[in-house]
Design a protein around this ligand. Structure first.
Ligand SMILES: Cc1ncc(COP(=O)(O)O)c(C=O)c1O
Length: 374
């Protein structure tokens, strides 16, 4: 059975060109970047070139890019460092952040040293910017604002520029989880007032276990991992050379093809939405009144005895999609994001998320199957 993969917000397949760039660093160029002889110098150069590539694409300085193991580590580091090193004693976040942010905020909230609050959201999951400003205005504490650039389940986008300006006005630290937007949108950090952003390579056809934390040069944070002083003393440990090289290559390809991919993938989303509306009575979509990620279509199917098992039935039929966030255990505990929208529970949410490798034929086949299953 040919499988259809519509879960690209969970992870994407590695681009063969990225793999080709990584392979030499798994074989002939295996040196430890800290070694002073030629093998080491080669891999050191590869890492620093990767850093320059990433920095140029994101509009920042190479010294502001730190390679990490992915979105989760970057989010944890930004939040923990804001409290420990930057004096933040209050955190403003939203109830629809990824667990890598929410559980971290919850953890530090419980230690008693920081207070936390949620910003209000409208019915489409958009941040209420007036509420954010009011919260910033009313607190005398040093604030960390951590809000995601795009939500991984429903695709709702944040006006990152506007939030950056608010944070600047009230002297707050701003972190944005950009895991779903780096590699999909052109981000120019030189135009944004953001202190930290997080990204992960596997969301744009790069390798898993790779990511970056951008740290604006105006702030200084201390290490969490001590040892050999790698990553300019922030994150010790021999570098994941092929992962870093792969991350930069994937970002380079994604950026070069961004306009074409955006149009192609965006059209797949429009196509699937129209097909579903025609084939399945009662189908609706989350966040249909606002702009959302062009990669994500979050559909609500009427709840029936059959549709309750929709994801399982799709899987049996070789169609891979997701109910909520695929980043957690796979056990269906209900999505905190859908719950936060307060829409009740008389529907079944399925997230379809697309990549440049998907086709309209796959959509035709999936909609045909969905019609059968519902
Ligand atoms: C918005 C968002 N943040 C963070 C993460 C975690 O990233 P990683 O899997 O690289 O740790 C994910 C998904 O995996 C995500 O979608």
């Amino acid at each position: 059975m040919n499988r259809i993969y519509f879960d690209n917000a969970a992870t994407t397949p590695l681009d063969p060109e990225v793999l080709a760039t990584m392979l030499p660093y798994m074989q002939a160029q295996f040196g430890n970047p800290s070694s002073i002889y030629s093998y080491g110098r080669e891999t050191r150069l590869a890492i620093e070139n990767a850093r320059k590539t990433v920095a140029k694409i994101l509009g920042c300085k190479p010294g502001e890019i730190f390679f990490t193991s992915g979105g989760t580590e970057s989010n944890n580091t930004a939040i923990a460092a804001s409290i420990r090193d930057l004096g933040c004693t209050h955190i403003i976040t939203s109830p629809i952040e990824h667990h890598a942010v929410l559980h971290t905020v919850e953890h530090y909230g419980k230690t008693g040293n920081v207070t936390t609050s949620f910003v209000k959201l409208n019915n489409d999951g958009e941040v209420d910017y007036n509420d954010l400003e009011q919260q910033l205005q009313q607190t005398a504490q040093k604030c960390l604002v951590t809000l995601m650039h795009a939500n991984n389940e429903i695709g709702v986008l944040l006006d990152i520029k506007r939030v950056g300006e608010l944070c600047k006005k009230y002297d707050a630290i701003f972190h944005s989880d950009c895991v779903q937007t780096v590699g999909h949108y052109l981000i120019n950090l030189s135009e944004l007032h953001v202190h930290f952003i997080s990204a992960a390579g596997h969301k744009f056809h790069g390798p898993k276990g790779t990511g970056i934390l951008y740290v604006n040069e105006s702030i200084r944070i201390k290490p969490f991992i001590f040892g050999g002083g790698q990553e300019r003393n922030l994150r010790a440990g021999t570098e994941n050379v092929y992962g870093i090289v792969g991350f930069a290559k994937a970002l380079e390809i994604a950026t070069a093809n961004q306009a074409i991919d955006k149009e192609y993938i965006g059209n797949l989303k429009i196509y699937m939405r129209a097909k579903l509306e025609k084939a399945i009575p009662g189908v609706s979509f989350h966040c249909s009144n606002v702009e959302t990620l062009y990669t994500v279509l979050s559909a609500c199917f009427p709840k029936t005895s059959r549709s309750e098992f929709l994801l399982m039935s799709l899987d049996i039929n070789g169609i891979c999609a997701s109910g909520g966030s695929a980043c957690s255990s796979g056990a269906d505990q209900g999505s905190h994001v859908i719950q936060a929208l307060n829409k009740g529970d008389d529907f079944v949410t399925v997230r379809f998320s697309f990549s440049k490798y998907n086709t309209t034929d796959e959509i035709d086949a999936a909609v045909h199957k969905l019609k059968d299953l519902i």
